[in-house]
Design a protein around this ligand. Sequence first.
Ligand SMILES: Nc1nc2c(ncn2[C@@H]2O[C@H](COP(=O)(O)OP(=O)(O)O)[C@@H](O)[C@H]2O)c(=O)[nH]1
Ligand SMILES: [Mg+2]
Length: 204
Amino acid sequence: MIEIVDAKFITSAPNIEAAPETQEQNEVVFMARSNVGKSSLLNALTNHKGLAKVSSTPGKTRLINYFDVTFIDRETTEKKIAKFVDLPGFGYAKVSKSMKHEWEKNLTDYISKREQIKLFVHLIDCRHSDLEIDASVSEFLLANIKENQVILQIFTKIDKLNQKEQNVLRQKFPNSMMVSSSKKKGMQKVITTIYEILYEEDEV
Ligand SMILES: Nc1nc2c(ncn2[C@@H]2O[C@H](COP(=O)(O)OP(=O)(O)O)[C@@H](O)[C@H]2O)c(=O)[nH]1
Ligand SMILES: [Mg+2]
């Protein structure tokens, strides 16, 4: 079994130029519209309540936040380090137009140019699976992704859907995952999947 045994905040950066200079391609980038549950998921995955501050004010965080995360394989007791990157929420309305532009450029720059990224985790609120903004994010990712990078789509707040609604969503998006951070559902599967994408690519 794969577990996350340690997670700690490293630093924040306003843009790609200020991002940490690292060698490995071990960044897992979490991206979502504001309020989709990104901070809650980061906290739940790392079992660390205050890691990413769960903010009630949409779009409050405008910095790229870095966390060092330690995985352990319980069978071999081998540990591996990754960086979880909390990108600012997109589609945030309460800023001026010019600021919004500047800010979106920072995000798109980061996504398209940061070579340390291995995995893009795109979070979508399960109750709003057809929003234009998420479609354009998916499109942008597909257009800009490099050969050895991976996209993982995860629906959040799955506790808000009944079983039938969950099944419909699962059929519609068979390659996506579903989680509930508040009910701690789907965490193990997400952790294992991230681990496999980061470290077991050669064995597939
Ligand atoms: N029902 C439910 N609510 C959630 C879940 N995850 C987050 N929330 C709530 O959604 C709101 C936004 O969560 P947050 O993690 O701050 O979203 P972020 O803006 O994407 O970082 C908060 O009120 C959370 O309590 C979940 O799995 N289920
Ligand atoms: Mg947040």
